[in-house]
Design a protein around this ligand. Structure first.
Ligand code: SI3
Length: 289
């Protein structure tokens, strides 16, 4: 369960339907070309929170079928509807997903005891392992060290996908929990996670730039931090452009340029402005994606 995981992009057509062949091709591209170690399925990058339960299941099934046991699979099943989270968790577990993950419940100001009960319920009902998905910037849920301490007492909670820039807390977690899996979530901060001793990273841009991310990762593992930093600089030039053009729209357009039918994003997100297509093509050439 260590290494680089792509937070899988999902191709949608103009009507918001999953493009099955496109999805299969994105999975293959990640495994064969980007050489990632695993896939994080139905996360933010999969536009999960815009999908129906049936679509989420369809994605879990197609990805598992196309993967054929090649790389590790993590199923993000978190939902404000706990019944849905359980249903998805059971489904992904039956399909053989290596672990579940669930975003901290958001929108309502849940108490920590409610958040803890949410994780315990999914674990009890599915019997699978759980990786907490902590992304305070989007959920508004910032957990303290004491709260992580309480959650990590449960041995089925095997780790955290840590999408945050609080490296003090990350360091405290790493020291206190050498046996829990910690995944760095922000691709533009990969080097800081890697030198802090995380077990891996999960990110959207690895779908198109996994090889370069792997260089940063490998250089850090062998203590070549200055060299890793050079690659991170180049990577962040690219990520900066991607964020300017529109994150998921641009990542999908990059795949489209590479000949993969990655479709578009799901409404209410808006499709890439056609005037930006040339800029995306330029990125593919300039960064040799
Ligand atoms: O699917 C997912 O859950 C993610 O991709 C999470 C991941 O942390 C990404 N965050 C979001 C909100 O997309 C990052 O990979 C992010 O896209 C990247 O660092 C660019 O900011």
């Amino acid at each position: 369960m260590k290494g680089l995981f792509s937070a899988l992009l999902v191709p949608f057509d103009e009507n918001g339907q999953i493009i099955e062949q496109g999805l299969r091709d994105v999975v293959r591209f990640n495994i064969d070309v980007q050489q990632i170690d695993g896939l994080y399925v139905n996360g933010s990058s999969g536009e999960n929170f815009l999908l129906s339960t049936e679509q989420k299941k369809q994605i879990f099934q197609i990805v598992s079928d196309e993967n054929k046991g090649k790389v590790k699979l993590i199923a993000q099943v978190g939902s404000l509807n706990l019944n849905e989270a359980i249903e998805l968790g059971k489904y992904a577990t039956e399909l053989g997903y290596d672990s579940l993950s669930a975003v901290t419940p958001f929108y309502y100001k849940f108490t920590f005891q409610e958040i803890k009960a949410y994780y315990e319920t999914i674990i009890r009902e599915t019997g699978n392992d759980m990786i907490i998905y902590a992304i305070p910037a989007l959920t508004g849920v910032s957990m303290s060290m004491a709260q992580f301490d309480e959650l990590f007492q449960n041995e089925k909670i095997i780790g955290v996908k840590y999408t945050d820039g609080n490296f003090f807390l990350l360091e405290r977690l790493r020291k206190q929990y050498p046996n829990k899996l910690i995944y760095s979530g922000f691709d533009e901060m990969l080097i800081y996670g890697a030198i802090s001793g995380v077990d891996g990273a999960i990110g959207s841009t690895y779908n198109v730039n996994g090889k370069q991310a792997k260089q940063i990762w490998d250089l850090c593992q062998t203590g070549k931090v200055a060299e890793a930093y050079e690659v991170q600089h180049k990577t962040n030039d690219l990520i900066e452009k991607i964020l300017e053009l529109g994150l998921y729209q641009t990542l999908k357009e990059i795949l489209n340029v590479k000949g993969i039918q990655a479709g578009t994003v799901k409404q209410p997100m808006s499709s890439l402005d056609p005037a930006k297509k040339d800029a995306v093509k330029h990125l593919v050439e300039k960064y040799e994606l």
